[in-house]
Design a protein around this ligand. Structure first.
Ligand SMILES: NC(=O)c1ccc[n+]([C@@H]2O[C@H](COP(=O)([O-])OP(=O)(O)OC[C@H]3O[C@@H](n4cnc5c(N)ncnc54)[C@H](O)[C@@H]3O)[C@@H](O)[C@H]2O)c1
Length: 323
């Protein structure tokens, strides 16, 4: 049995606990949360040992799950790595780029598995495209949320947009060449809405809009590539592919269009989106990587790269608002 300890039992930490108790091959040894008002009911509800010393909990487990505020990610991660423990840490990987760089170094030197909680990789709508060749030249993203004071200690870039940055970096196999960005702080001290254009060396352009002050929620990504349009709805868990028809395609329906190059058949398909719990899937993938000694699906380097782009965006926004 893999012994796991959870650090942070707040909003997201409770979702993690709910899932850990259902994952096979795992023993939950306890949790650490310094806030008595949060920790007491959690210890009771899950009948779980509350540790008051984080290092004692680390000693007692094989793997740690860090769901504490981002400012504590570095100190908890580095302590666990130095003890040779496997680490799952929520996104963003760390608070500063220096911390993130140090974690990449420490994780590489240690013989441990490290996964970052970029949970949208496990969204069933995105997973439905697994096996489909994604090679976009243009990407349009809208991630809009209603205002909630939780999470506003960081900008909308590190709070919401970083999910899309990670997904895009996982799809576009090319280096970032140029970033333009603008953002406005409306309700908090950091940008609450932002629009960003990321240009890649291979010519791909991604246009991202994130807001946490919208009236309605939306989480949509649209990929345009030479042979297809691919729509992913992360909120409603739907995927759609519209492309030129090819023999053997499994389509919902097709229709013909006359063009100057003759008749073209357009095919519309909705890849099967499985029912699924993305948090459980990411934690199970972490356990599988440990037990099978394979690479985790979202590595420390992935977490670093997403943060690096997010921080470049923040630098651009800061320069724009000063000018
Ligand atoms: N992947 C996602 O979609 C997603 C969504 C929300 C939050 N997050 C991330 O999860 C983390 C936690 O967010 P949250 O919304 O649960 O916050 P929260 O404020 O609801 O909970 C954080 C908990 O950590 C506890 N804590 C404080 N210091 C600690 C320490 N040193 N060690 C252990 N616990 C400590 C607090 O007492 C609190 O109970 C953040 O890094 C956040 O960015 C990720």
């Amino acid at each position: 049995m893999l012994k796991v300890g959870v650090f942070g039992a707040g909003h997201l930490g409770k979702f993690h606990l709910n899932n850990w108790v259902e994952i096979e091959g795992v023993t939950l040894v306890g949790f650490y949360d310094p806030d008595d008002a949060i920790a007491m009911p959690v210890a009771q509800k899950y009948n779980l040992q509350r540790f008051t010393d984080p290092h004692a909990l680390m000693h007692a487990c094989d793997a740690v799950d860090i769901v504490a505020p981002t400012t504590y990610h570095y100190q908890l991660c580095q302590a666990a790595i130095r003890m040779g423990k496997h680490v799952f840490v929520e996104k963003p990987l760390a608070n500063t780029m220096d911390e993130a760089r140090e974690l990449v170094k420490l994780a590489r030197e240690a013989n441990i598995k490290f996964q970052v909680g970029h949970v949208e990789r496990f969204n069933p709508a995105f997973q439905a495209l697994d096996g489909y060749s994604l090679n976009p030249m243009f990407i349009e993203v809208h991630r809009l949320a209603q205002f909630n004071p939780r999470g506003t200690d960081v900008s909308v870039i590190l709070d919401l947009m970083i999910h899309d940055i990670d997904i895009i970096l996982s799809i576009v196999n090319s280096n970032v060449n140029h970033i333009s960005a603008n953002g406005v702080a409306v309700m908090s001290d950091t940008p609450d809405i932002a629009n960003v254009r990321i240009e890649f060396d291979n010519g791909c352009v991604a246009n991202l809009t994130s807001s946490r002050i919208s009236m309605k929620k939306m989480r949509k990504m649209r990929l345009f590539q030479k042979d297809a349009y691919i729509g992913i709805d992360f909120l409603d868990k739907k995927a759609e592919i519209i492309k030129l028809n090819a023999p053997g395609d499994k389509n919902v329906f097709t229709f013909d269009i006359e063009t100057n190059n003759g008749k073209k058949t357009i095919a519309v398909a909705n890849p099967l989106v499985q029912e699924g719990n993305a948090i459980k899937a990411e934690l199970e993938a972490f356990v599988k990587a440990i037990l099978g000694n394979t690479e985790t699906p979202v590595t420390v380097v992935d977490g670093y790269r997403a943060m690096d782009v997010a921080h470049q965006i923040l630098d651009k926004i800061n320069k724009t608002s000063v000018a």
